[in-house]
Write a protein that binds this ligand. Structure first.
Ligand code: CA
Length: 282
């Protein structure tokens, strides 16, 4: 009887330095050798995940862009749920007019405008709060993603006609994040926050939970044989559709309350511990 382990990436599989520990990588490989299927479920784009996988030579299923795009271990896209172009254009136009930092994520690239990049820098200077180093970390995380492409005008993306999987907003101003969420939540879209200061917009048909359910059906794995590990609110949809729900030691209180048990933090290789307990010792 095969098992499926769904693992969130940031704050879960990745350590606080945004890398994969040798212990976690090893645990995944051993689980695969033992016949388990592994899926990384993340807000990030697949090509960004693959860049992180390179050093450890990992290959797993990937649910990317918060459920908008699922890839098999060979990197082939299946079961995509892109944003409807008409909504995507409306959202981007609004974000651009309101001077937000936003990213447009397609199958191959992450588009940002030079104007948006400057907005993020300016916000950091305006919002005086204690978390300056956290803001700097978040900014580096965004701009350090793979395949970021700077363009002059967002309209170029729509002219190219590529499918848009996700639009990411980053703002260090809580009020502005709330305002964006209020304005954009009216259109039958799914809004998630997968990292500090961010807001991710995907199709109303996309979530980690919906994608995981589809994948489990495809792999013929029953709900009680699925284990999911996560740390934040955007993991709740996937935790809801599995038999064993595990929270990271560094997860939010709300996530911990939803779970069956809590493992170590992402600094303590919490994922490796779960794989050891649920797969390798059984
Ligand atoms: Ca996370």
């Amino acid at each position: 009887m095969s098992k499926l382990v769904a693992i969130d990436l940031d704050g879960t599989f990745l350590n606080p330095h945004y890398t994969i520990s040798a212990l976690n990588a090893d645990a995944v490989k051993k689980a695969q050798q033992a016949g388990a299927e592994i899926v990384i479920a993340t807000g990030r784009a697949n090509f960004d995940v693959q860049r992180l996988f390179e050093d450890e030579q990992l290959s797993t299923w990937v649910i990317g862009a918060n459920g908008a795009a699922t890839y098999d271990p060979d990197g082939k896209l299946s079961l995509p749920s892109p944003l409807e172009t008409i909504y995507a254009k409306e959202i981007v136009t609004w974000l651009n007019d309101e001077n937000y930092y936003y990213e447009i994520v397609t199958a191959k690239e992450i588009f940002i405008t030079s104007k948006a990049k400057q907005v993020l820098q300016d916000e950091m200077d305006i919002v005086h709060q204690d978390g300056r180093s956290e803001m700097e970390r978040a900014r580096k995380r965004q701009l350090g993603q793979a395949n970021i492409k700077e363009i002059d005008d967002y309209i170029e993306v729509f002219q190219a006609g590529d499918e848009i999987f996700k639009i990411t907003i980053v703002s260090f101003d809580e009020e502005r994040r709330r305002s964006a969420a209020d304005t954009l939540s009216k259109k039958g879209l799914n809004l998630f926050s997968s990292a500090d200061f961010n807001l991710e917009i995907v199709s109303g048909k996309a979530s980690k939970g919906i994608a995981l359910k589809k994948l489990a059906k495809h792999l013929d794995v029953e709900k009680e044989d699925i284990i999911a590990i996560g740390d934040s609110m955007n993991d709740l949809p996937m935790l809801e559709v599995v038999g064993t729900k595990v929270a990271m030691g560094n997860a939010t209180e709300e996530v911990k309350q939803h779970c069956d048990y809590t493992t170590g933090t992402n600094e303590q290789d919490g994922v490796a511990r779960v794989i050891e307990k649920e797969i390798l010792q059984k």
